[in-house]
Design a protein around this ligand. Structure first.
Ligand SMILES: Cc1cc2nc3c(=O)[nH]c(=O)nc-3n(C[C@H](O)[C@H](O)[C@H](O)COP(=O)(O)OP(=O)(O)OC[C@H]3O[C@@H](n4cnc5c(N)ncnc54)[C@H](O)[C@@H]3O)c2cc1C
Length: 490
């Protein structure tokens, strides 16, 4: 089938005003932030989609998916476009990007039952603005909050900066509506809890557009007490000392909203004005006064217990001020992109993993040693370090961060720099029994390890794909490895 036929089929479902075939927009839609440098340099190696379409109703989504299913047209669901792992990258000639831009209604804010229902294309910031005026919050606050939308946030199993208190998006979603490739619309109802078989919300949450299209989401609400926020910061000797304090806080049952430890290198890029060459440990406690005071006392007791690793406390105003500037707006994203047109450097590539408390310090050291010893372009690294930013009763995450000067052709950047580092991080994580993917989704560039990530349980994922997307039209190459796409992995 050629692209004109695809467009004719789409035109039977949507008016021209909801179909975009502008060349620049199609180029932009061909890849996400994973290939942002190649995209900025106009050397993308992936085909543009046939069109971007903007359905306005669930019924239109259902008709589009059913049509694509019948004709074997690849579908890439899209919401806020902040994907970092290739989930929006296109590997097929005949692809429709189904964008949630016009599914943008806040349907209901139910203050009594503490839940809000929105369409997939509502930005989290827009919802939070409405809620904050009423003294409420979702508790979800990824750095991309100003731009990311509820459909994408649920589809990627995203997590926010206050996760240690509120959890990830999977802890927030009460119910949702989603559309499957055959056009079936499934509504998962909003109840506090149920034991009605397996939790089917999780078929949609984290599916990264590979099983279904999420059209509507209901999330929990919490009372919001920003005036009570307390920030605490410390300079510490090393990452392992910080991890010990994080664990102590968590296993004693405290739930600060933020609990983080930064390596010295990562601290330098965030806290150059106060880090003094040390690692940084920081916390934020929030909620009603009683909870905040108790949480503060719990953190201070944990720091005291491990004071051998402590260098000195940090003025809490510095931590509060840093937090206030952390989120990225669309302008920040655009400025970074423009910067890449002129600069041969890549700042802030990340790979985020998780493991239990025992494993995390070992994993951190193993990765640091291997990258320094084995990465052929180690001399081009301008920064290599990381932080832990999401903790649980049984472990925490690690966010490896690496910046480098690019001394190769733009089209070779990922092959020469990012992939070898990512491979070391993923290999070490899987070897030690951790998860190679804490919160950005697998996307396309960790799909070669999806089987290893899940082991014998991969059977369940494979069966889900076969059952819900038997013709393989949903986001080809994402989560599920495709040999055909291997040429884009090199
Ligand atoms: C500056 C910056 C900071 C970030 N900070 C965080 C952070 O703190 N925490 C975090 O978890 N992530 C973070 N991310 C990553 C990203 O914001 C998240 O993955 C986010 O959840 C993506 O949402 P989106 O609406 O932009 O989705 P998109 O980028 O549009 O899509 C992401 C994936 O979801 C699928 N998808 C999108 N919409 C739908 C839908 N309606 N139905 C089914 N599938 C769909 C897409 O096909 C794709 O695979 C950050 C990204 C940036 C650029």
């Amino acid at each position: 089938m050629d692209k004109n036929t695809v467009l004719e089929l789409v035109a039977r479902i949507l008016p021209a005003s909801q179909i975009n075939t502008t060349a620049d927009d199609l180029y932009d839609a061909a890849a996400d932030r994973y290939k942002k440098y190649a995209k900025a340099r106009k050397v993308l190696d992936v085909p543009p989609p046939a069109a971007i379409v903007y359905p306005r109703t669930t019924e239109e989504v259902a008709r589009l998916l059913a049509m694509c299913n019948t004709h074997g047209i690849n579908v890439i669901p899209r919401s806020g476009k902040t994907a970092t792992e290739g989930g929006l990258e296109n590997w097929k000639e005949n692809t429709l990007v189904v964008d949630a831009r016009d599914l943008n209604r806040i349907i209901k804010i139910d203050e009594y039952n503490m839940q809000a229902t929105v369409e997939a294309g509502v930005t989290l910031q827009a919802l939070e603005n409405e809620l904050n005026q009423r003294g409420l919050t979702t508790g979800h606050s990824p750095q991309s909050k100003p731009v990311a939308k509820l459909g994408g946030l649920v589809a990627t199993r995203s997590i926010g900066q206050f996760s240690t208190l509120y959890g990830g998006i999977e802890d927030m979603v009460v119910g949702l509506e989603c559309v499957f490739p055959d056009g079936h619309v499934a509504r998962i109802k909003n109840v506090p809890r149920r034991a009605g078989g397996p939790d089917i919300r999780h078929i949609a949450i984290g599916n990264e557009g590979t099983l279904c299209y999420i059209t509507e989401v209901t999330v929990k609400l919490y009372r919001h007490f920003p005036a009570n926020n307390v920030f605490l910061g410390y300079l510490i000797k090393d990452v392992a000392s910080g991890i010990k304090v994080l664990r102590e806080v968590m296993v004693n049952g405290y739930r600060p909203s933020v609990a983080r430890v930064y390596s010295e290198e990562d601290a330098r890029q965030h806290f150059s004005h106060f880090y003094k060459g040390h690692c940084v440990l920081l916390f934020m406690a929030e909620g009603n006064q009683g909870i905040v005071q108790a949480t503060r006392a719990g953190i201070e007791a944990a720091v005291e217990r491990f004071k051998d690793g402590l260098v000195e406390p940090v003025d809490s105003g510095l931590i509060a001020a840093w937090f206030a500037r952390l989120n990225w707006s669309q302008k920040d994203i655009d400025d970074e992109f423009q910067g890449m047109i002129h600069n041969d450097s890549h700042a802030g590539f990340t790979t985020e993993v998780s493991a239990d408390w025992e494993t995390i310090p070992v994993l951190y050291e193993n990765v640091m040693k291997r990258v320094r010893a084995e990465f052929p372009r180690a001399h081009d690294l301008t920064m290599l370090g990381g932080h832990s930013s999401h903790s649980y009763i049984n472990g925490t995450n690690l966010y490896f961060v690496y910046n480098y000067a690019i001394n190769c052709a733009p089209e070779d950047e990922l092959r020469v720099y990012h992939h070898p580092i990512q491979r070391i991080i993923v290999e070490e994580t899987l070897k030690l029994g951790g998860s190679m993917c804490h919160h950005h989704g697998i996307g396309k560039y960790r799909s070669e390890w999806t089987r290893d990530e899940h082991g014998s349980a991969y059977y369940l994922l494979e069966k889900l794909k076969q059952a819900f997307d038997p013709n393989g039209i949903m986001n080809f190459g994402t989560i599920f490895y495709q040999a055909e796409g291997a040429r884009f992995l090199q």
